[in-house]
Design a protein around this ligand. Structure first.
Ligand code: GTP
Ligand code: SPV
Ligand code: MN
Length: 591
């Protein structure tokens, strides 16, 4: 062995050990540290991160066991333009992904990795995505030269010995290499090799680019494996709605990045909804597979939340406020003088002085935001007071409803239901949403984001739609599909719907539809609630007229929408399933 290995005692898996050795020879770290996931280790790594200035320890009284991190100012979000799917052919990756031939990309990244860890430690991070013992869980090993990444992975995944136990002597694990390099955006590449179950990520330290279990494995590689193995890897939250009579309904929902999954998954129903309870199974990713009883079962592969901080307060998301009270790493929020954190939209008074996310002095008069719009919290799911016990169930939860929803100022009503599975797939496939700060680039432009998976689908999007359509055959109990829009605005740019906890009103109708407890009226878009069935009791300044306005279908806006969909059909013309063309035609003729 050319470099010293520390703490290698939990695995004897030859393939793992050989691959780590080979990678260390390439990257030339000073030492290789094998993470075991223990509490003592976490304590030791946190101390090290504080000593080297990577983390700042927050006020222990105000924010116990919590830490502050500032990223490089050019490294604050996912980078879709330098994310690559390296399948043997360009066709397999499809026109919505960047592609490069695997051998060429490997050569290029290996060139960047060579000796890149000199003077650094390579952390070997074994992790499990999914509950221990779950037949749907997968093992990954991430090699990283960032202590921030190693510590974040310990929160976001089930990390350490538990992963080695699940893997045993098998060779079926995801290989991930991450090297920060010098964080120069020109040398930033997030590369996926689905056929090799391999990820190479260089030049970034931002969550979605480097916490390789999350978007890289659980979605991009995951979706590829899912198609091959007959399951689904989706950018979806999973929640449980419990009615006053104790009836449980499991719901999965796909909203694009920074469009409300975490908020919806942790929602607390309004006062008028006595006896209704929401619990969270997951807030970002769902792995779903048909069970032997013909229902679709979902697990949350994650063990933590990497959530948007700005706007989090006791009105919008009380459960998130509780979740981040302790044991949390905050990235790119503002730091207060008493070593607590602050962000736009936080409860309580605005601090008179703070240090902003770039490290500059900040006062309420400052023009710049104190917290970056994509600042994030990294917290264990155990901190969520509404965590569903089912989050640990190896077999997952049976899904009754799938919800799609984008951020749309116009056109889309608050709620409607697809007429059948195929129609639901069409609605998901045509999803459009205004871009957000979760990825670099413009904010607020409507783009197609099919199933909220545009940045995360690890293969040809047309084949992905086909896979969705074909899942129908493997299900005896097909989830009902719905479309929601929390973001419709009036001419003054004000939201027409209060959102957040009030979304319970929409969810109640959805749950009742799933159980055949409530009717619906047919419209050109699909099924909509009868006014009498949609509960608006107790909503201030909101009556039947407001509801009708939210549900209104403007033929002019819909013509534009159908034309805008054309772009995706043209882009995917080689692989777009015929069924989706038919659903579009049908809508057009109904118009
Ligand atoms: P990722 O973690 O990026 O995948 O995002 P997410 O889908 O989990 O988004 P999140 O729940 O963190 O929502 C982020 C943004 O959506 C914040 O700006 C929220 O204020 C806003 N938001 C969430 N729910 C609602 C809602 O019901 N109404 C309105 N108007 N805004 C909402
Ligand atoms: C998203 O952008 O959809 C996120 C945050 O959930 S990240 O993990 O950075 O991708
Ligand atoms: Mn996400």
């Amino acid at each position: 062995m050319s470099v010293t290995h520390e703490n290698l005692k939990h695995t004897h898996n030859r393939e793992v050990i050989d691959w780590v050795e080979e990678s260390a020879n390439l990257c030339q770290p000073d030492r290789v540290y094998w993470c075991d996931g223990s509490e003592e280790e976490q304590k030791m790594l946190l101390e090290q991160a504080v000593a080297t200035g990577v983390l700042i320890k927050l006020n222990e009284t105000k924010r116990p066991n919590s830490y502050y991190h500032r990223s490089h100012p050019d490294d604050v979000a996912r980078v879709e333009h330098c994310t690559f799917i390296c399948t043997p052919t360009r066709e397999e990756a499809g026109p919505t992904n960047n592609w490069m031939a695997p051998a060429e990309m490997k050569r290029k990244i290996e060139g960047l990795l060579a000796s890149s860890m000199k003077g650094r430690t390579m952390f070997v991070v074994p992790y499990l995505m999914g509950p221990p013992g779950s037949p749907m869980a997968k093992v990954g090993v991430e090699l990283t030269d960032s202590i921030y990444v190693a510590l974040s992975m310990r929160v976001m995944t089930r990390m350490g010995a538990v992963a080695w136990r699940q893997l045993g002597q098998q060779s079926d694990f995801n290989r991930g290499i991450h090297s920060s390099l010098d964080l120069d955006p020109k040398r930033r590449f997030i590369c996926h090799f689905p056929q090799d179950n391999l990820i190479m990520s260089v030049g970034s330290n931002y969550g979605g680019n480097v916490l390789l279990g999350k978007k890289c494995l659980a979605l991009r590689i995951g979706s590829f494996l899912a198609q091959r193995e007959g399951w689904m890897a989706e950018h979806m939250l999973i929640l449980c709605v419990e009615s006053p009579s104790g009836e449980k309904t499991y719901v999965a929902a796909a909203f694009p990045s920074a469009c409300g999954k975490t908020n919806f998954a942790m929602m607390i129903p309004p006062e008028e909804f006595k006896g209704w309870r929401i619990t969270t199974v997951g807030d970002d990713i769902a792995w779903m597979k048909p069970g032997s009883d013909g229902r679709l079962y979902a697990i949350n592969p994650e063990n933590g939340y990497f959530g948007v901080v700005p706007g989090t307060n006791t009105k919008s998301n009380p459960n998130a406020v509780r979740t981040i009270e302790r044991d949390t790493i905050f990235t790119n929020v503002a730091l207060t003088e008493d070593l607590d954190v602050w962000w736009e939209g936080k409860d309580g008074p605005v601090p008179e002085h703070a240090t902003d996310w770039r490290g500059n002095p900040w006062t309420p008069e400052s023009k710049e935001k104190a917290a970056h719009p994509n600042s994030r919290f990294t917290s264990p799911i155990r901190n969520n007071p509404a965590l569903a016990p089912e989050a640990d169930h190896p077999q997952g939860v049976p899904i009754s409803a799938i919800i799609f929803g984008g951020r749309r100022a116009t056109t889309f009503p608050l709620i409607f239901q697809a007429s059948d599975w195929g129609h639901g797939v069409y609605l998901g496939a045509m999803m459009g949403s205004e871009t957000t700060a979760a990825a670099t680039g413009g904010v607020g432009l409507v783009r197609r984001d099919p199933m909220a998976m545009l940045p995360f689908c690890g293969y040809n999007m047309g084949h992905y739609f086909k896979h969705w359509l074909s899942m129908r055959k493997h299900l005896m109990h097909v989830p009902r599909v719905f479309h929601v829009n929390w973001f419709r605005k009036d001419d003054q740019g004000q939201f027409l719907w209060p959102g957040f906890g009030q979304n319970m009103r929409v969810l109640k109708w959805i749950a009742e539809r799933c159980h055949g407890q409530v009717g619906a009226r047919e419209t050109i878009l699909g099924w909509m609630p009868h006014n009498k069935d949609f509960d608006i009791k107790g909503l201030p300044n909101f009556g039947p007229a407001e509801f009708e306005r939210l549900q209104s279908i403007d033929p002019g806006e819909w013509k534009k929408e159908i034309i805008a969909q054309e772009e995706l059909f043209v882009q995917l013309h080689e692989t777009m399933p015929k069924e989706l063309t038919f659903y579009r035609e049908l809508l057009l003729s109904r118009m």
